[in-house]
Every structure is written in structure tokens, then in C-alpha cells.
Design a protein around this ligand. Structure first.
Ligand code: SIN
Ligand code: CO
Length: 380
């Protein structure tokens, strides 16, 4: 995955990050001037039939919002001649290489902040209503035209009883009609409403950012599974008989409170968890391990000839001596760290990066192990 030119029009990446990222919207006309959508509407409908792909259908029969969840057979979708319906397909980058490759344009933001690429297909008048998202998004107009209306963050009220989060009051402050190749960047919590002008497809390059509660929930569950060492149990030798058996015993409360107050995760536990948490694959992702794993030596010969690349669904990151891949932490042994960092940064290692490395090296063994797990592949 090469880091291609960022689609920011006349702005440099530095200017965009300083002035717009997480601050204010930006309309970029002809951000990808010769953009040809890699997926036809038919190919998108086909994806929506799969049960490993998250898809939703939004329509408004008799003026009431309706949300259906996929998978959808072809006959479940309204006719393309019917007005005002939208099909949303999440995580298309996990399934289509050409769509995944588009994300390389946005790698001026660290990978762990990238979430996925969602594609919407809509017929004339279609849209998902005015709403806010909690995350940054680049809305790339892929096919046809869409009118976007936006408003600055403010206290929000949602339509009661609607199956989607739709703002009950939305007053647009700015609006534009996006043409193919245009991009609208929106920071979190900006109100927005997109309406298809004729048949239209929009690609949403979405980001993610954990909330404190999400982090804590996972961390505490993880600690509960991995805490080692002695496990003291409460004892109350010398307990005086009680005449108020319903009362919480004070010494017991104090002891337990002390355990909770004094428990501290180690730095290693914290660092390790953050990397694993941020590289955890999406819940819909399953890696197929090789049914018949190849012998290391034969595999390494092929890898040296063709190079290796990360599977498009793999999440990688490194910090210090640790490489995190798909929710697991590996110590980078001496001699492997430059190559493994390169794998994480460019998502591939070309043949010349592997040629001088012997088969009995830690690098060859790690890459072979990850190939067998389905996390990396030979290069295309
Ligand atoms: C859409 O493409 O219809 C919706 C995208 C969004 O509003 O985030
Ligand atoms: Co949105």
C-alpha cells in the first residue's frame, strides 16, 4: 500500500491538519479529478447479499423513516427506478482490494485512527436524514451528484421513535452540490444531510477514536483474564459476633476498598493493551488459517522472490520494541525491528527487503507464522 498523494486539492497535508482536522469542514473540489469508482452499483448490491458484510437499507415509505438490516437478496432491494432509497454497505475496504487501496491516500493520519470505507448507493432524493457522526469523515462523491447541507456542532435533539439517529431540528448554514471526484471533509459532531440528485454513490472514509469508557471496559476485562501472581482472599479471623447481621462489616468493606484503591496495572500491561486494543480487527473479520501450512523453507523462498504484503484486513502498529498485529503483541527481536516497522508503515516488504535474510532468522519465522494465520500474503 503506497502512500499516494493526499486528495486535499491546493492544501498541503500540514495546512489541512493545522486548519481543518478536528476543527472545521473543508470542501475539496476535484480532489480526485479522474476518479473512476472501482465498484458498480451491481457489485455493491452483490456485496450486500453476503452475511459477512454489514449492510443497511434506508427508505421512507409513506414519509416515515424505515431501516432494514442486511444481508439483502436482489429481490429485497427496491427497484432502481423507485425514488429515495439508500443502501449503505460498511467496511467495503475489507472486501475489495481496489477500495482498500483508496485508503492509502489518507495515510497522512495514523492507521489506528482509520476505521473503514463505507459506500452508499441512493436513488434520486435518497439520503439518511440530517444527523451527526462522532467521528471525522471524508465524503467522496464517487458517482452522480449529491447535495450536502451542514451545520456547526450544537446541542442536538433526535426525532423520537425513528429507527435511525435523525436530528429533529436542522438548519443548514452551508450547502454544496458535490460532483464526482469532489470531497467534503467533516469533523466530528457537525450536522449534515446528503440528498442524492439522481442516482448517486458516495464513499465515506471514516475514522475512529475510542472513548474512555470503551478503553476501560476492554482493559478491565483483559486484566481480569490476565492478572497473575498471588490472589489473596478476604479473611476475618477474630470476628466478633454480630447483633446486626444485615450490616456490611466495616473491616470487610475497608479491606475490599483497599484492594480496589491500591490495584495498579503495570506499565507493561498498559502499553501492551493499548497496542492490542488499537489493532483489534473489526468484529466481522475472521482470518482463515492455512489449512495445510507450507514448510518454512519453501515458503521463505517464495516470499523472497515475490515479497510479502499485509492482508487488507490486517491492522498493524509498532511502538518501541513491540509490534502489534491484529490485536496481538510481539516483541521485535534484534535484527527484525527495521523490517517489521517497514512492514507496518508500507504494509509490504518487497523482495529486496527479504533477499539477504536467512531462512533461520526471527524475521522469516515471524512472517511465516503470520502467513499461516492468514495475516500476510505473498505480494500481488
Ligand atoms: C451517505 O453516504 O448516505 C451517508 C454518509 C454520512 O452521512 O455519513
Ligand atoms: Co454522516
Amino acid at each position: 500500500m503506497r502512500n499516494l498523494n493526499p486528495p486535499l486539492g491546493p492544501l498541503s497535508v500540514d495546512q489541512f491538519m493545522r486548519r481543518h482536522w478536528q476543527r472545521k469542514p473543508l470542501l475539496i473540489r476535484a480532489a480526485l479529478p479522474d476518479f473512476k469508482p472501482p465498484l458498480s452499483p451491481e457489485a455493491l448490491f452483490e456485496l450486500a447479499t453476503r452475511d459477512d458484510v454489514e449492510s443497511r437499507l434506508v427508505s421512507q415509505p409513506r414519509g416515515r423513516w424505515r431501516l432494514d438490516r442486511g444481508p439483502f437478496d436482489a429481490q429485497d432491494l427496491p427497484a432502481r427506478t423507485r425514488r429515495a432509497w439508500t443502501l449503505l454497505v460498511q467496511g467495503v475496504d475489507l472486501h475489495v482490494d481496489a477500495v482498500h487501496d483508496l485508503l492509502a491516500r489518507f495515510r497522512f493520519v495514523p492507521d489506528v485512527r482509520l476505521d473503514d470505507l463505507m459506500i452508499s448507493y441512493a436513488t434520486d432524493g435518497g439520503g439518511v436524514g440530517p444527523h451527526v457522526d462522532s467521528y471525522d469523515v471524508f465524503l467522496l462523491q464517487a458517482h452522480g451528484r449529491r447535495r450536502w447541507r451542514i451545520s456547526a456542532p450544537r446541542a442536538i435533539e433526535l426525532l423520537p421513535d425513528a429507527p435511525l439517529r435523525i436530528l429533529s431540528h436542522f438548519e443548514a448554514e452551508q450547502e454544496w452540490v458535490l460532483e464526482p471526484g469532489d470531497i467534503l471533509y467533516l469533523p466530528p459532531l457537525w450536522g449534515h444531510e446528503g440528498t442524492a440528485l439522481g442516482e448517486c454513490m458516495t464513499y465515506s472514509i471514516g475514522f475512529r477514536a475510542p472513548s474512555r469508557l470503551e478503553l476501560l471496559r476492554g482493559f478491565l476485562a483483559d486484566c481480569a483474564d490476565t492478572v497473575s501472581g498471588p490472589d489473596p482472599r478476604f479473611g476475618d479471623r477474630g470476628l466478633a459476633p454480630t447483633r446486626t447481621p444485615g450490616r456490611l462489616p466495616e473491616p470487610m468493606t475497608r479491606s475490599l476498598a483497599g484492594w480496589l484503591t491500591n490495584w495498579r496495572p503495570t506499565k507493561r500491561q498498559i502499553d501492551d493493551y493499548i497496542g492490542r486494543f488499537l489493532t483489534e480487527p473489526k468484529p466481522s473479520v475472521w482470518f482463515e488459517a492455512q489449512a495445510r501450512p507450507p514448510a518454512l523453507s519453501a515458503w521463505w523462498e517464495g516470499a523472497q522472490r515475490r515479497g510479502v504484503r499485509a492482508d487488507r484486513r490486517s491492522r498493524l502498529a509498532y511502538r518501541g520494541r513491540h509490534l502489534f498485529i491484529n490485536g496481538e503483541c510481539f516483541d521485535m527481536l534484534p535484527g527484525t525491528s527495521a523490517s517489521l516497522r517497514r512492514l507496518a508503515d508500507s504494509r509490504e516488504l518487497p523482495p529486496d527487503a527479504l533477499r539477504a535474510t536467512p531462512v533461520d532468522s526471527d524475521l522469516a519465522r515471524s512472517l511465516h507464522q503470520w502467513f499461516c494465520a492468514g495475516w500476510i500474503n505473498h505480494s500481488r
